[in-house]
Ligand binder design. Structure first.
Ligand SMILES: Cc1cc2nc3c(=O)[nH]c(=O)nc-3n(C[C@H](O)[C@H](O)[C@H](O)COP(=O)(O)OP(=O)(O)OC[C@H]3O[C@@H](n4cnc5c(N)ncnc54)[C@H](O)[C@@H]3O)c2cc1C
Length: 423
């Protein structure tokens, strides 16, 4: 059994606007749908099903949004893993619809439920190398061909330097369909919306056993939920159903530091348009400003499964390489969380039985994709399996020798990609 924890000590936990806690499950109860895991995948699926009038119970082992959903870089970026694969199976039109569906769901929910999560539009992908610029140009042309060109803009070297206050990049591409937000406040707001529609949420309620059958019995140390259908949404923290799901998703650490608030003058020279910024390296950096002018700078995936002794010592040199002018600034927060890596980088979605579903393994890009996945699962719960079946057919690599060995293989793979970043 896992000891229940509070939120990790992060900028997000310190600035959250919803202190709601939910009780632990202490009874035998019934529900049409039972969801295991209270991150974006679980909470958003609970909200969708509650909106559609179903009875839903969600069980979270720590707090709502305790995992990656409450710790991430807050970069709202369209797209869903396995684009080329999906395109071959579903066609171009369907994939373009899925691409920005997550962004649309989030924008709509923020508006509909009045969720205060600092949602802003504005994003730039930045390039270090001509081949990365070429990739951006192709992406721009693809968007233009779909009538979305007016949301994007290619930015050449001089302009990107003045836009971001650094000479680290040779260019970039802005996209105002993407943006940034406070993920912990978004997830908490979505959970609040779900309960307002009748969903039951329990925290500090680790699921320790699942009894398969026509009805599924999901047990926690204090009680159980008997449900018609179950969703496993534990992502990198998922540890159930090992006989079926082990060796497929590998936890990797991603880390963020938050500076002290910068002055208005500094903000005017560094990222004055308040964009979410993401570079195009395989081992990438991502950053943005918080509303109180802190630079939230993240990156440095750790595939060994170990948390560095000092996150700041690891991240600060990366930040100063991009912004040497921030030398001497205090780092007020440092934290990390686990992303769930899948070797093919296509989320692992499917069913164990007809009534036990899973959606895990977003490989580090999850705010928008989790919302798309939650809708795909909700549709499947209601009998529309079209998209889920396509995901189920993906032949994922399973590394049978346990998580430690799998993480070493992924670490070696990433060393290769890191080397490519330097070529
Ligand atoms: C540091 C960091 C930065 C990131 N930055 C970005 C970004 O800028 N943009 C982006 O799009 N994506 C980003 N990501 C990825 C994104 O956050 C994730 O893909 C997404 O949040 C996954 O959501 P989830 O609900 O599937 O999983 P999580 O949010 O990890 O939630 C899973 C939950 O399941 C619970 N759980 C697991 N097992 C059980 C059990 N047996 N019983 C009960 N509960 C259980 C866990 O406690 C956890 O709360 C980042 C991730 C990290 C870690």
């Amino acid at each position: 059994m896992i000891k229940p924890e509070e939120h990790t000590d992060s900028y997000y936990a310190a600035s959250r606007n919803d202190l709601t806690t939910y009780p632990a499950l202490n009874e035998e109860t019934e529900s049409e749908i039972c969801i295991v895991g209270g991150g974006f995948t679980g909470v958003d699926c609970a909200l969708t099903m509650a909106e559609r009038g179903h009875s839903v119970t969600l069980l979270e082992q720590h707090r709502i949004s305790w995992g990656a959903s409450g710790r991430n870089g807050g970069q709202l970026i369209g797209g869903i893993g396995g684009r080329d694969y999906l395109k071959a199976k579903l066609g171009d039109d369907a994939v373009w619809k899925l691409d920005y569906r997550g962004n649309d769901i989030i924008k709509e929910r923020v508006r509909k439920y009045d969720i205060e999560c600092d949602l802003k539009s504005g994003f730039i992908e930045v390039a270090f190398k001509p081949r990365q610029m070429e990739g951006l140009r192709q992406d721009y042309a693809a968007h233009e061909s779909r009538g979305l060109g007016n949301h994007l803009r290619m930015v050449e070297q001089d302009e990107v330097q003045s836009m971001l206050g650094t000479n680290a990049y040779i260019g970039g591409m802005t996209n105002d369909l993407n943006g940034h937000l406070h993920p912990l406040n978004l997830c908490a707001g979505e959970a609040r919306a779900a309960t307002s529609l009748g969903a039951a949420i329990y925290e500090q309620s680790e699921v320790i056993n699942i009894e398969h059958g026509e009805k599924v019995r999901v047990s926690t140390p204090g009680g159980s939920v008997t449900a018609d259908k179950v969703l496993l949404a534990g992502n990198a923290y998922q540890h159930l159903e090992q006989q079926n799901l082990s060796g497929l998703v590998f936890p990797a650490g991603s880390f963020i530091i938050a500076t002290e608030p910068l002055s208005e003058d500094e903000i005017k020279t560094i990222n004055p348009y308040d964009l979410a910024v993401c570079d195009l390296n395989n081992v990438l950096d991502y950053y943005r400003f918080s509303p109180d002018n802190r630079l939230l700078f993240g990156g440095r995936c750790n595939y060994s499964g170990r948390v560095p002794k000092s996150i700041k010592a690891n991240m600060l040199p990366r930040m100063l390489k991009v912004f040497p002018q921030l030398e001497g600034k205090n780092i007020d927060y440092e934290w990390g969380g686990n992303i769930g890596i899948v070797i093919k980088r296509i989320p692992l979605m499917g069913r164990l039985d007809d009534n036990i579903f899973y959606s895990i393994g977003y490989s580090g890009h999850g705010i928008a994709p989790t919302h798309v996945a939650a809708e795909i699962i909700a549709n499947a719960f209601e009998g529309d399996m079209e998209v889920l079946q396509v995901y189920e057919q993906v032949k994922h690599f399973r590394i049978p020798l346990g998580q430690w060995f799998g993480n070493q293989i992924i670490a070696m793979g990433m060393l290769y990609f890191r080397t490519l970043d330097h070529l």
